[in-house]
Design a protein around this ligand. Structure first.
Ligand code: COA
Length: 260
């Protein structure tokens, strides 16, 4: 697939995906969503890629939402289809099986906030602003924002953000748990990469199964989720990585994981 609206950079196991429509504040038009679908399918299947950083081009926006021009003319049937398609693409990111870090370098509004929430961890620059201004446009979240925001922050804070449509500054986003860390803008990508590399130093199957246990487990009753965890724990005991990781500890040397 040729990408018009994304930049892809690979630095050994780290892939950096940049939404690249800075003149439109990186708004997600249909083409960009299709490209995100394509790139995350490829990165998920790419054995060389251990994890992904997702960011926006320029110093103003991560992603300022779905493309309002396209939304303005949609029929009810198109609106429902666009929502389902977007939800599916964000689900693909959440369930990639590899860590995905959002490096939020400015406005993360509407679909941009939803996209950041589909990532596993969010690091924000000091100028980042989060929000779901859809209600100001007479619409509502359609890329699972009503669900992820409530799960991430709790119902009360999520509803305040969802119903006012007001923006939340980076420090406040950190205080309420919407982002993991706030850093100066010129350090954002380096911080995101350093965090991702810490994760990638661990066993890739450990990362995959942990993501699966958290993602799938949170949707289950507690007892069933614990059973899923125990089953994955049993399965991981069959891996070479388990043998290598425990042996390396006992031999007082760093582990060399093969992801097998
Ligand atoms: N969809 C389509 N175009 C968008 C957009 C979006 N979500 N967000 C910004 N743009 C476009 C603007 O229309 C403008 O295009 P133009 O230069 O052709 O007129 C360009 O990006 C720059 O936007 P501008 O508003 O001038 O930049 P700003 O820095 O002053 O403000 C925002 C940035 C993000 C605060 C403002 O653009 C905004 O409120 N965008 C909409 C956010 C939103 O409601 N998102 C939810 C959508 S469902």
């Amino acid at each position: 697939m040729t990408y018009q609206n994304l930049l892809i950079e690979k630095k050994d196991a780290v892939a950096i995906v940049t939404v690249n429509r800075p003149d439109k504040r990186n708004a997600l038009n249909d083409r960009t969503m299709e490209e995100l679908d394509g790139v995350f399918t490829d990165l998920g299947a790419d054995p060389e890629t251990g994890g992904v950083i997702l960011t926006g081009a320029g110093d103003k926006a991560f992603v300022a939402g779905a493309d309002i021009g396209e939304l303005s003319t949609q029929s009810p049937v198109q609106g429902k289809e666009r929502s389902i398609r977007g939800q599916r693409i964000l689900d693909k990111i959440e369930n990639l099986g590899k860590p995905v870090i959002a490096a939020v370098n400015g406005f993360a509004l509407g679909g941009g906030c939803e996209l950041a929430m589909a990532c596993h961890v969010r690091i924000a620059s000091e100028n980042a602003r989060f929000g779901t201004p859809e209600v100001k446009l007479g619409i509502m979240c359609g890329y699972a924002g009503t669900q992820r925001l409530a799960r991430l922050l709790g119902k009360g804070i999520a509803l305040e953000i969802l119903l006012t449509g007001e923006m939340v500054e980076a420090r406040e986003a950190h205080r309420i748990g919407l982002v993991n860390k706030v850093v100066p803008q010129d350090k954002l990508l380096a911080e995101a990469e350093a965090l991702l590399r810490k994760m990638l130093a661990n066993g890739p199957i450990s990362l995959r199964f942990t993501l699966e246990a958290v993602n799938a487990g949170l949707e289950m009753p507690f007892a069933q989720a614990q059973y899923l965890e125990a089953t994955l724990f049993g399965l991981i005991c069959t891996t070479g990585d388990m043998k290598e990781g425990t042996k390396a500890f006992l031999e007082k040397r760093p582990a060399k994981f093969q992801g097998k």
